[in-house]
Design a protein around this ligand. Structure first.
Ligand SMILES: Cc1ncc(COP(=O)(O)O)c(C=O)c1O
Length: 389
């Protein structure tokens, strides 16, 4: 058996069908979509078709799709773009988000605070579900933007976004609601009409698409100031020569994810549940983090903490055993601080240091999961005995 990749929340291997769709853009339709001659128009048509496909899949107009460089840029653009535009309309300067967002959202909101905006970071319960009563209390006539992720990248918690939108807009109908659907897009129905959101973020590389491409859904007439200035691409909402091949790759990856969603989710659930039920049976003092009920947890996410063991050592030992895993967020791996998600959920700092996340993908097999169920208990037991635990 070769390497076992169990970190699909960090990134996913590109689907060969996605690469196949992208290749002709690099070899044939490589023109600049803004050029008026034949080569440019060919590239423009490819970009236009990708935009239409993304719009159709999300059930929105293609002009409401802005292609970006990925999840981080879409999150930045959504929150900054709406916050400044709302303030310019005299609607206030208050932003509401949660304590467990990805840093692409949290650091953006923190920066806005440094630039004179005000922010509220909503607490979550022990499963990582946002406190809706706190949301209701937080939204005031001065609130302009609410940003709550559709699903969490570390513990897989699915947020009640429809409820978030209903509560926020009932308190202030001018509020703009954004959701970071980077982790949710591969498994859940995230159509903006269903969720009720005004802004929504997707990243290509989390759904077997290419890296360096994402999209921002921007509902028509939503106040928005562009963040990247220059040419008039993307209807003057995001300047710069478009990543045509990336857009085609993202659209293809989304189409495959939408078409294959049911089958993929069933596969994820089967493998994930083997971990969810099998590991605590085999490893004493395993604390599952995040919800255990499937309706509140992404089907491909398993996460836990082990008492009396250093999380980083588990990851290294797994890597030596040819298993790629994560402590939670790819961005915080190597950091000394325990995960802000786990601490917000009330997990003590010591335990939070020993976190493990295994996220399955469409290429994983039952044999691979069986191997993890054999290898991981041995690793934890060995590390505990070395530590004298
Ligand atoms: C929930 C969430 N939002 C945003 C991002 C950032 O996306 P990207 O790496 O495409 O910039 C990630 C990546 O891990 C994520 O999990």
């Amino acid at each position: 058996m070769g390497r076992i990749y169990l970190d699909h929340a960090a990134t996913t291997p590109p689907d060969p069908r996605v690469l196949e769709a992208m290749w002709p853009i690099y070899t044939e339709s490589w023109g600049n979509p803004s050029s008026i001659y034949v080569e440019g128009q060919e590239a423009y048509r490819a970009l236009d078709a990708a935009r239409k496909l993304c719009g159709d899949l999300l059930g929105v107009q293609s002009k409401e799709i802005i292609f970006t460089s990925g999840g981080t840029e879409s999150d930045n653009a959504a929150i900054r773009g709406a916050a400044f535009a709302q303030r310019d309309r005299g609607r206030g300067d208050h932003i509401v988000t949660t304590q467990i967002e990805h840093h692409a959202v949290l650091h953006t909101v923190e920066q806005l605070e440094r630039e004179g905006f005000r922010a509220t970071y909503l607490p979550v319960d022990s499963d990582g579900v946002v406190d809706l009563a706190a949301l209701e209390a937080a939204v005031t006539p001065q609130t302009t933007v609410v940003s709550v992720m559709a699903a969490n990248n570390e513990v897989g918690t699915i947020q009640p976004i429809e409820e978030v939108v209903r509560i926020a807009k009932a308190k202030n109908r001018k509020v703009v609601v954004h959701t970071d659907a980077v982790q949710a897009a591969g498994s859940l129905d995230i159509s903006p009409a269903k969720l009720g959101v005004d802004l929504l973020t997707i990243a290509g590389h989390k759904l077997h698409g290419p890296k360096g491409i994402g999209l921002l859904y921007l509902k028509a007439r939503t106040p928005f100031h562009p963040m990247i200035l220059g040419g008039s691409q993307e209807k003057e909402r995001r300047a710069g020569t478009e990543n045509v091949a990336g857009a085609v790759g993202l659209a293809t990856a989304m189409q495959l994810a939408w078409e294959e969603r049911e089958a993929r989710n069933a596969h994820y659930l089967r493998l994930r549940d083997k971990l969810l039920y099998g590991l605590p049976e085999r490893i004493p003092d395993t604390v599952i983090t995040g919800p255990t009920g499937p309706e509140r947890r992404l089907p491909n996410n398993f996460s836990c903490c082990f008492r009396n063991v250093e999380g980083e050592s588990v990851l290294l030992a797994l890597d030596m055993a040819d298993i790629a895993a994560s402590s939670g967020s790819a961005c915080t791996t190597g950091a000394l601080e325990p995960s802000h998600v786990l601490t917000a959920m009330g997990i003590d700092r010591d335990l939070a240091h020993a976190s493990l996340r295994l996220t399955v993908g469409k290429g994983n097999t039952d044999e691979e999961i069986e191997r993890v169920l054999t290898v991981l208990p041995e690793i934890v037991s060995r590390l505990r005995s070395l530590a004298g635990g």
